[in-house]
Design a protein around this ligand. Structure first.
Ligand SMILES: Cc1cc2nc3c(=O)[nH]c(=O)nc-3n(C[C@H](O)[C@H](O)[C@H](O)COP(=O)(O)O)c2cc1C
Length: 166
């Protein structure tokens, strides 16, 4: 099976997440497409497409939104998985709903929020202020590794699961 993982990552957390998703697809050919650095894949060339990215100021990045919009019909014919990375766990369902079109959310085999990570040393003054104010946090790693495992298991299962787990 040919797998495309389409994502954005500004500070590296989503990059880590997609590598872990890739590692768990051991018997498949996995290709990574960071839309902030390169071009998007041809959807028709893949069997499974996994799409995700981090939430900044309540939104997923525009390249992810545009990719979903431009390829909506083709994506509905593929095995699809969707995820976000976000720090506000209590808002994750709402953030997920805003991130992806309803048709894709209903079609996807697994939906997930994998938590977040921030190395505050890499943030500018403004970003640091936001993180401390909004999340009352000083950063660190809060990536939900067991949820990544469950996500890939759901992708490999026969039945569909449409809810964001937790
Ligand atoms: C400036 C800034 C704004 C953010 N805004 C939100 C937000 O609105 N909601 C949220 O849940 N997380 C927010 N986050 C947390 C990021 O989604 C999280 O740290 C994510 O893991 C970053 O992924 P990346 O390293 O792949 O870019 C924000 C982080 C920063 C630095």
């Amino acid at each position: 099976m040919q797998v495309a993982i389409v994502y954005c990552s500004k500070h590296g957390a989503t990059e880590k997440v997609v590598k872990l998703i890739g590692e768990k697809h051991n018997d498949n050919e996995v290709y990574f497409f960071n839309l902030l650095k390169g071009s998007a894949p041809e959807v028709k060339e893949f069997d499974r497409i996994i799409i995700g990215g981090p939430i900044y100021f309540g939104m997923i990045q525009n390249p992810i939104k545009d990719f979903c919009k431009q390829n909506a019909r083709a994506l509905l014919r593929k095995e699809l998985g969707l995820f976000i990375c976000c720090m506000l766990a209590e808002q994750q369902n709402e953030l997920f709903e805003n991130a992806f079109p309803e048709k894709l959310r209903l079609h996807s085999k697994a939906n997930a929020c994998f938590g977040w990570e921030l190395n505050v040393g890499n943030l500018n003054f403004f970003e640091k202020l936001i993180v401390q104010k909004v999340a009352n946090s000083h950063g660190g790693s809060h990536i939900d590794i067991p949820e990544i495992e469950r996500f890939v298991n759901r992708m490999n299962s026969i039945s569909n699961n449409h809810t964001v787990a937790h």
